[in-house]
Every structure is written in structure tokens, then in C-alpha cells.
Write a protein that binds this ligand. Structure first.
Ligand code: NAD
Length: 423
């Protein structure tokens, strides 16, 4: 099984230096891209079926193709790699940033060439300090070798790349809040449309892509579309970094074909449930997705298949719920996080999430009422898609509304028994 993204990450905790990266084919994708027109590069990424790995799964080639060309809108264009990885349960980009920063840098230069961007930024989560160090050194190596800067490899294309350290908020992972933060403003999301591809950083055409997404790009260029499509088990291309946390025998992260079954990830790679624990459910793609249950164990972990069972692939990092963990407590923990991370800009999110947290806390403490369950339904509607500025609140309500659907009896037991039955 090929693992292009992770195969060459050193096992000793260090990162792949430029010479070692080049030895395993590094920067061949960039060399290939620079022989092609920007449109040909975009078409290749489109044909490869690369979908955004940040959570939403938007087609990468399509996103790039929506950027007006410099002929259409002259002046600076920008590319931003979103490394503000803060989705609960998600720790996949960290591995790529810390272990193979050149792969990301190469993907960024190719992406920048495709959209004709003069500047790009890695917007990095504050806590990722090893990644910062590796990235800064790798960027230095790339400049020294002529992969960055003026007239890259004699192609006439010039590009500057730098790292921006985020102040550390979940909302900065939302691309328009991220752009505001990068401009030095408060990290409030902007209304979309206009999408950043048209009006982003300082109002200029800007592409924001996730770290894992960009790390795929060099391989598409160097090894081709059919090879890339053959890596996956579904209609979209490539591999995926899948993670598992919770009461499993071997929590961790694995690069597997996109579309690997949930059962295989859980039972073979994560080693199944720890002794004495039963699988009860899981959030398949980070904290802001809907629970799936035992009846969905055979779902293929790809964007379309997970959507068909009522959830989202999200970041592909699974959080497992077991029979000895209180689902109300788990959701309370998540809603506490989301309420704290709301930027406070739009009323439904600012008011709705703390209210949700308060009701859940009362419920967990045995002070809940049956009417509260109805209020949760109302709050889910008020904070639903279209009623808020960004996806934070609708995403935050996904674990709660799906927990109420699949595990309603657990909520009712808290009310009837006036206590948490799991404590
Ligand atoms: P979205 O669906 O609004 O957009 C996804 C991407 O596609 C964006 O870049 C957007 O600009 C682009 N896009 C969508 N429609 C477009 C159009 N018509 N024209 C041009 N571009 C278009 O989703 P989002 O709000 O950006 O992201 C939500 C996702 O982020 C959720 O799935 C959540 O799980 C995930 N998330 C991940 C993390 C993390 O740490 N990885 C953190 C927070 C949220």
C-alpha cells in the first residue's frame, strides 16, 4: 500500500531535510509544474479528484480555477496554507508539518504557480512550535536551493513564502477569520460570498487550502493523475490521514486509501476497543460532525459515503465513544469548547452556544428537565446553516443533535434519575 504523504517521514522524530527529500523525488512535482501552463496544472489537480482535507471536502482544482487570472484582476494574488489545526480530536496536519515540511512547501509553490500568486503564507497554530522550527528551516533551505525567491529554477516565476504564527483561536481556522487575523484585525469571519478566491487577503484573490491538501499536490504533478486516482478506493483521488482517539487499543494516525472502511480503521489499525469497553458510537471527522453508530461500521470513510449515513468525513480523525463514557458529558465538553471559541460576532452563536452549554451542564448535574430536550432542538434550528455567519455554530450543534437522535435515552435517564448514571 503506497503512502506518499508519510512514507519518508523519519521515524526518529526529526524532519526530512532537503537533500533527503530530493533523494526520494522531492521537488520533481514543481519541476514538472513549471514546464506546464498554470491552467494545465489546475486541470491536472481537477482530474486527480483531490478534495480539500480541512473538513469541507471542496474540490481543490475547482477552487483554484475560480481564481481570476492576473489578466482579469491584475495585482497581487495570494495563497495561504491553513495550519491552524484546532478541530477537536484532530492532529493530522501536525504530523506532516513536523515530519515533511518540504512536501508542503513544494505543494504551496505549485499551487501558487497555478493561481499566479506572488506571495504565500503558512498560517500556523500557535502551539505547533516544533512545526514552526522545521518549517522555518525548510523554507530557508528552499530559498538557498532556488525553489523560492526570484525566477524559480529559471522559469521566470517568482514566489515569496513566509510563516505567520496564529494567536491561537479555533475561529482562525475559518478561512475568512484567518484572513482577517493575517491582516492584523480581530478574527471575525466575513460574509461569504464573496469567496476569498475573488476577494480575500486585503481584498485580493486568495486561495486558502489545508496543509494535508497542499501536501498531496507534489505527488499528483510528479506521478500523474491515473496513479493518484489508483491510490483511493472511491471516486475521489488519493490517500487520507485517518486518526482515532478514545478507548481503543492503539490510538493513532495512519495514511490509508481514501475510502477505507470505518471498520478497518477501528479494528485493524486502532486495534479495536480496549478490553472491557464496547463501541457505542463515533464522531467520524472531528468534534463538529454527527455521531455514527454500530450500524454504520462498514461505511467507507470518504466524503460522499459518510454523508450518505448522515454525518461528514470532516477531518477524518475519528473520536470513539464507548459504553463507559457519558455521552452527555462528552457533548458538554465539546460545547464548552465551541462556546469558548465563538468569536461573538453573530448573535445565534454568541448567545446560543453558552446557553446550550449551560443546559447540558444542568442535565449532567441531574438538574435537567424534559423541556430542555425541546430547547436543544430549537437551538439547533436557530444555529443551523444559513442562520449564522460561519460554520462554527452549525458544526458545534452536529454532535449534540445527533447524540439526541441516537442516544436520547441517555439524556432522559439523566432527567429521570436526577444524576449522571455514568458517575
Ligand atoms: P465551506 O464549505 O464554506 O468552504 C469550503 C471551501 O470551499 C472554502 O475554501 C470556500 O471558500 C470554498 N468554496 C465553497 N463554495 C465556494 C464557491 N461557490 N466559490 C468559491 N469557493 C468556494 O466550509 P468552511 O466553512 O470553509 O469549512 C468548514 C469545515 O471546516 C468543517 O467541515 C469543519 O469540520 C472544518 N474545520 C476544520 C478545522 C481543522 O482544524 N482542520 C477547524 C475548524 C473547522
Amino acid at each position: 500500500m503506497e503512502k506518499p504523504l508519510t512514507a519518508h517521514i523519519p521515524k526518529d522524530g526529526s524532519w526530512l531535510r532537503l537533500k533527503d527529500y530530493e533523494r526520494v523525488g522531492g521537488y520533481q512535482g514543481l519541476r514538472q509544474a513549471l514546464k506546464m501552463t498554470p491552467k494545465e496544472v489546475i486541470d491536472m489537480v481537477k482530474d486527480a479528484g483531490l478534495r480539500g482535507r480541512g473538513g469541507a471536502g471542496f474540490a481543490t482544482g475547482l477552487k483554484w480555477s475560480l481564481v481570476p487570472t492576473p489578466d482579469q484582476i491584475p495585482g497581487p494574488h495570494y495563497l495561504i496554507a491553513n495550519g491552524d489545526e484546532m478541530e477537536p480530536g484532530t492532529f493530522k496536519d501536525r504530523l506532516l508539518l513536523e515530519g515533511n515540511p518540504h512536501q508542503l512547501i513544494e505543494g504551496m509553490i505549485i499551487g501558487a504557480y497555478a493561481i499566479q500568486a506572488e506571495f504565500s503564507y503558512v498560517f500556523l497554530r500557535w502551539g505547533y512550535q516544533f512545526a514552526e522550527k522545521a518549517l522555518e528551516e525548510a523554507i530557508h533551505e528552499a530559498y538557498e536551493a532556488g525553489y523560492l525567491g526570484k525566477n524559480i529554477l529559471g522559469s521566470g516565476f517568482s514566489h515569496e513564502l513566509s510563516v505567520h504564527i496564529s494567536a491561537g483561536r479555533y475561529i482562525c481556522g475559518e478561512e475568512t477569520a484567518l484572513i482577517n487575523a493575517l491582516e492584523g484585525k480581530r478574527a471575525n469571519p466575513r460574509a461569504k460570498p464573496p469567496f476569498p478566491v475573488v476577494s480575500g487577503f486585503f481584498g485580493r484573490p486568495t486561495v486558502v487550502n489545508n496543509i494535508e491538501t497542499l501536501s498531496n499536490v507534489p505527488h499528483i504533478l510528479s506521478k500523474g493523475v491515473s496513479w493518484y486516482k489508483s491510490l483511493s478506493k472511491c471516486e475521489d483521488g488519493g490517500t487520507k490521514l485517518y486518526g482515532v482517539s478514545g478507548k481503543v487499543k492503539r490510538p493513532g494516525l495512519w495514511e490509508l486509501p481514501l475510502g477505507t472502511s470505518f471498520r478497518e480503521i477501528l479494528e485493524e489499525h486502532a486495534g479495536g476497543m480496549r478490553d472491557g469497553y464496547q463501541f457505542k458510537g463515533a464522531l467520524p471527522g472531528g468534534g463538529s460532525t454527527d455521531f455514527i453508530t454500530a450500524e454504520h461500521l462498514d461505511v467507507a470513510m470518504d466524503y460522499n459515503s459518510v454523508a450518505k449515513v448522515g454525518s461528514r468525513m470532516g477531518t477524518g480523525t475519528i473520536i470513539v465513544l464507548d459504553d463507559k463514557t457519558c455521552v452527555v458529558g462528552m457533548v458538554l465538553n465539546l460545547e464548552h469548547f465551541f462556546a469558548q471559541e465563538s468569536c461573538g460576532w453573530c448573535t445565534p452563536c454568541r448567545e446560543g452556544l453558552p446557553w446550550t452549554e449551560k443546559l447540558l451542564l444542568a442535565l449532567e448535574n441531574g438538574e435537567g428537565k424534559m423541556e430542555d430536550l425541546k430547547i436543544f432542538d430549537d437551538l439547533t434550528r436557530y444555529m443551523g446553516p444559513g442562520n449564522t455567519f460561519c460554520a462554527l455554530a452549525p458544526g458545534a450543534m452536529e454532535p449534540l443533535q445527533s447524540a439526541l437522535k441516537h442516544f436520547r435515552a441517555d439524556f432522559e435517564r439523566h432527567i429521570h434519575e436526577h444524576r449522571c448514571p455514568w458517575k
